[in-house]
Structure formats: C-alpha cells, structure tokens
Design a protein around this ligand. Sequence first.
Ligand code: INI
Length: 162
Amino acid sequence: MARKTASDSARTLEGHRNAAGMKLAIVASRFNDFLVDKLVEGAMDAVVRHGGSLEHTTLAWVPGAFEIPLAARRMAESKKFDAVICLGAVVRGSTPHFDYVAGEAAKGIAAASLSTGVPVIFGVVTTDNLEQAIERCGTKAGNKGFDAAVSAIEMVDLLRKI
Ligand code: INI
C-alpha cells in the first residue's frame, strides 16, 4: 500500500517488500564473526520471509569491514545482482582506529552504490561497545542484518519504478 501524501494528486513511488525473483548478494566481514554470523542469519531470514530464495542469494566473506567496499563494488559492477547487502561489526571500545574503519566502510559502501546505480546497503553495526553491538545483532534492538536486507528489497523495487 502506497504511503498517504499531503496531496491526493501527487504520484507517489514506494518500493514493495517482495523479494520473489530477486538476485541478492551479501558481503560479510569475518572480523567479530560471532556478531556478523547473526547479521547474516538475519539477512537470509528476511530474504526468505519476503518471498526470496537463498538459491538466488550469494554470500561473499571479506576479512574486515574495511574490505567490504571493494568486494561490494565488484559485485555491484558485475550486474549479476539486483542489490548488495553489506554486513559487518565495528566496535569502538576495542578499535583504536574505529573512525577510520567505520568511516571508510560507510563512505566506500555509499560510493559503490552511487557509482554503479545498484543498491548497496549499509548493514554495518558501528557501536561504542560490545553490549550495544550484541543488542543490534539479534537481541534487544533487533537484527540490523534483517533490516538491511529489507532495505535492499525495497530499494530494488523502488528503482524499477522510477
Ligand atoms: N574490522 C572490523 O570489521 N571490525 C572491527 O571492529 C575491526 N577492528 O576492531 O579493528 C576491524 N579491523 C580490521 C579492518 O577492517 C581490516 O580488515 C584490516 O585493517 C585490514 O585492512
């Protein structure tokens, strides 16, 4: 159902969350893999719950969040995928170079999306401490991997309508 707008006459575009037939890629970083594994599970759960298929989903592992952009960009450039979902966990407490790793991951993911025109979704958990990270990886604060996959599905459908 399209969102209501202030004007009845405005044409409103909104992506639907139906992943049937979509080819999705996930790029996941192994650093903090006890957290990232949960994000991957969440993303795959979202794909299946929204009508997608894991047979059409490709998972690529990279060493850390810093390496996500290059792999994500290569996957997006390949045009084999409708969207690329980037998953990682960067925890400030244990990362003196947190700002560099998290910042480069965020910038690189955005650049990959804009330069290829393929939705490349930011599902990297960046937190001050481990407790906050655990909360975002499938406990108190939901699962950011699930959320990232839903964003990917919605963006693929939206771009098809524009
Ligand atoms: N990579 C992460 O994904 N999360 C982190 O918390 C992290 N810490 O703590 O340093 C991290 N570092 C590795 C980095 O992403 C690169 O893999 C490494 O610097 C090699 O380029």
